[in-house]
Design a protein. Structure first.
Length: 571
């Protein structure tokens, strides 16, 4: 290093030292509170400190705060900001005006106050109080005020009730799930207990609303916050996994009054703070024997010995040792079969959350592109950035449309107007939708966080929570592989009728589209993919079962992408 360079570095360092020490007090308060400037984010501001110290270098006169504040993305009314949702409802929904008014008002409330509640749920997680001040065991779960407001909101807005009031007939589920689609990313994951609540109501309804649970059913579907109940789903035990029958050790001991006492160890329960729950156990015989099959039990929440583990902004985990006063639902030994309807509903809820996460991150990224500049241009003026947003948009739209299709099919089945083709499609597309939309959500939300740069990784922005909440969706209600095998089971149990329905419906949808010249290339690609898929299915039928099992995931992906209108590389 030259002597000149050494002098330059020495002089520069000395200048920096003089600057940093200039005017510094000998003692400084531990916390300094400054007033908030009226300057808009994303702009420079005149510096008050410069007026106090005219000798301060202009560039660094605001060294404590800097000269620039990036404008953050703004959440606007999510209903008005989603033209696809509006167009879909205008095209299909018969009761448009009332539904549009409801969704628009709810969207305004989400952007105005509910989204902030969701953030409060994130930063104020629940906690367990095991004992009272006098040493008595209480096992009380304390949740944030925002979490409690979410429950009141859910009742008043009919987030469960709409699906059972049926004011829109066969389209009631589309109305309900559209509303949940808007709510999910701002809910602080309160959509988890709502999914369990909807699933429990569906099970009770499918059993004809037995008298023992008539009051509970009316509470689950109520709009009155004072009466509204949420339900848990306490199925998983320490063995874990989707093989519930093999993993359940809990015993249900009959009592003289006709009720049951449950003894067991429940693990990773859903909606631990719920008012009631459905759970599984083996009914103990008079001789002390335990059958291989499980029975479905209804439990009104009561203090139980528990320990608590934190799993997010909602209470999820407890160790459950002993509770009494359970009622048996359905026929003894038919517990797993009885919760099939619950799985259909909760898997659709899971898919709504996936599609909603994609829509929310695209909305925020699109807004941010109008506010953030890089290399002398707004992000919206960079072609590569626009291409990235466009690809995210395509995935978000594809997931949304498949969610709406399955919601429509569920509504038709529940109102008794479903054709055999509708019922076969609902059975096949539910696991296909759930497994694929969950994978889409992780990829799209992760891509979306990149569009915010480092801010996308900072917890204070709330953006990383979108990715965490998306990641759990491929695990809840059946992993990708479990659901891929479920697709094979429903094909086998229907003797292939579900696949016939799929091919029939897909070809029927492609027919009208093929008459539109701009869509001809895409239709041709989809027809080719559909034909290749048919060839594969025929070949697989002649192979050992292990051949198709190995290809189960690829088969499910192909079914999803073709129905969404995205030609896959067929298995």
């Amino acid at each position: 290093m030259s002597a000149g360079s050494m002098r330059l570095n020495h002089n520069t360092s000395a200048a920096w030292l003089r600057f940093l020490l200039r005017g510094q007090p000998t003692c400084r308060p531990a916390l300094q509170v400054r007033g908030v400037s009226a300057v808009q984010p994303g702009t420079s501001a005149p510096d008050e400190a410069a007026a106090r110290d005219p000798h301060a270098p202009p560039l660094f006169s605001r060294s404590r705060t800097g000269l620039f504040f990036q404008a953050q993305p703004q959440l606007k009314n999510p209903f008005l900001e989603d033209p696809l949702l509006g167009r879909y409802l205008r095209r299909h929904l018969p009761h448009q005006q009332a539904v549009f008014s409801d969704l628009q008002a709810f969207g305004e409330r989400i952007s105005g106050e509910v989204d902030a509640w969701g953030r409060e749920c994130e930063v104020n997680p629940p906690r367990l109080v095991p004992f009272d001040p006098w040493g008595r065991r209480v096992d009380h779960i304390v949740t944030s005020p925002a979490w409690q407001r979410m429950k009141e909101l859910s009742a008043r807005e009919g987030l469960v009730a709409i699906g059972y009031e049926r004011s829109c007939g066969e389209w009631s589920r589309v109305h309900q799930l559209s509303k949940l689609f808007l709510y999910s990313p701002s809910s602080g994951l309160f959509t988890c207990p709502l999914a369990m609540t909807d699933g429990a109501a569906k099970v009770i309804q499918s059993l004809g609303v037995p008298p023992a649970v008539d009051s509970a059913y009316r509470r689950l579907t109520s709009r009155d916050p004072e009466r509204f109940w949420t339900s848990g789903q306490w199925m998983t035990e320490r063995r874990g996994g989707s093989d519930v029958a093999a993993g359940t050790e809990t015993l249900a001991e009959p009592q003289p009054d006709g009720s049951y006492r449950l003894h067991g160890f429940k693990w990773f329960t859903s909606a631990t703070d719920a008012d009631m729950t459905l759970t599984l156990g083996r009914v103990v015989g008079r001789d002390g024997s335990t059958p291989p099959c499980l029975s479905l039990m209804f439990l009104h929440a009561e203090p139980c010995h528990m320990q608590f583990k934190q799993g997010g902004p909602w209470p999820v985990t407890l160790y459950f040792l002993s509770c009494s006063s359970l009622s048996q639902l359905a026929e003894e030994g038919r517990g797993v079969a009885s919760i099939a309807n619950m799985l259909t509903v909760t898997r659709i809820h899971n898919s709504v959350a996936a599609a909603a996460a994609m829509r929310r991150v695209v909305q925020l990224a699109r807004d941010y592109a109008t506010r953030r500049s890089a290399f002398g241009r707004r992000l919206q003026d960079h072609p590569l950035h626009l291409q990235t947003l466009a690809r995210m948009e395509v995935e978000a739209r594809a997931a949304f449309l498949l969610v709406m299709e399955v919601s429509r099919l569920l509504g038709r089945e529940e109102t008794g107007v479903a054709s055999p083709l509708d019922r076969h499609l609902l059975r096949l597309l539910t696991p296909v939708l759930k497994l694929y939309s969950a994978k889409q959500a992780v990829a799209v939300v992760s891509e979306g966080l990149e569009s915010f740069g480092g801010q996308g990784y900072m917890e204070d922005t709330g953006l990383p929570g979108l990715l965490r909440d998306a990641q759990v969706l491929s695990i809840w209600e059946g992993t990708t592989n479990v659901l891929s095998l479920d697709v094979l089971r429903c094909v086998a149990r229907s003797s292939g009728l579900v696949l016939q329905a799929y091919f029939t419906q897909t070809q029927a949808l492609l027919g009208p589209a093929s008459r539109l010249p701009p869509l001809a290339p895409a239709v041709g690609a989809l027809e080719g993919a559909l034909s290749a898929l048919g060839v594969f299915v025929e070949e697989a039928a002649a192979r050992p079962p292990s051949y198709l099992e190995l290809a189960a995931r690829d088969l499910a992906y192909s079914l999803a992408r073709i129905y969404m209108g995205q030609p896959p590389h067929v298995v």
